[in-house]
Design a protein around this ligand. Sequence first.
Ligand code: NDP
Ligand SMILES: O=C(O)C1=N[C@H](C(=O)O)C[C@H](O)C1
Length: 263
Amino acid sequence: MTSSSLRIGIAGITGRVGRLLVEEIIAQNLSLSGGTSLSKDIQNLPNGTIIFETIDELAKVSDVIIDFTNASTTAIHARALKDSNVAWIIGTTGISDIDQKLVQETAMTIPVVQAANFSPGVTLITRLAGELAKALPANQYDAEILETHHRQKVDAPSGTAIAIGEAIAKARHVDLKSVKEAGRDGVTGARKENAIGFASLRGGQIVGEHSAIFLSDVEEIVLTHKAFDRRIFAKGAVRSALWSVNKPPKLYGMTHVLGLDPL
Ligand SMILES: NC(=O)C1=CN([C@@H]2O[C@H](COP(=O)(O)OP(=O)(O)OC[C@H]3O[C@@H](n4cnc5c(N)ncnc54)[C@H](OP(=O)(O)O)[C@@H]3O)[C@@H](O)[C@H]2O)C=CC1
Ligand SMILES: O=C(O)C1=N[C@H](C(=O)O)C[C@H](O)C1
């Protein structure tokens, strides 16, 4: 299979990212096989774009499916794609632990590229956060993650914030779940040593902003990424789709797509 013959389907084709994926596929002269959506509002999609009723139908006419939908679809998509011949590029966030297991199972039979954020810049910031966490003692440097998104976002903390938290936790050899402090409210008690804190702001049309903050008694280190345009996600997802061609079944991430060495 070559990239020019690759048939790309979009799950969530009428969404904020879905519509930009269509533009990116057309801009790169790639082949769009169609998409799925909830409301099937096809306004402003190119003439002739096919909206399928189910992911199974879309899979029959696609070599790769890029999925920016809602976490409620993940289990259905995993079961439908497990025994298909398509690659699955997952951008959807807010996926439950149970459904994430299904994603992992699916990646045993088809190539899956999953990233909470398809921006190369965020991939690098996440690695840098891990590097800092490795070098800065957890009992001296408090790690806090701040994220800001548009008012329509339905999950919190953002998938990217969680991925940054996981990178910090991994570097500190702890399980994120055991140290995560999110949504502080009321008499919370003093901050726990080694905690990784999360704060989420929602409002307006902010595309996506993330900061990993390390605070000691004597200094503050802040890594910040701001996405100005959702095209950065669409470009990264299409790049991942092209990269997935002829790859063996496995759960890949943006670090694989970017060819970065494992940490
Ligand atoms: N990994 C990354 O780089 C990024 C990830 N995201 C994540 O991607 C997801 C989508 O974001 P965004 O585009 O802003 O969201 P939108 O709500 O704009 O789009 C979601 C799309 O999925 C469709 N959809 C929702 N539920 C279903 C369902 N049950 N079955 C089929 N289709 C469904 C919607 O259909 P309809 O239009 O008819 O409602 C719409 O087309 C979110 O989880 C978000 O967090 C977002 C940006 C970047
Ligand atoms: O919902 C969004 O918009 C975004 N979601 C992703 C996340 O949850 O991290 C990525 C990006 O920040 C935009």
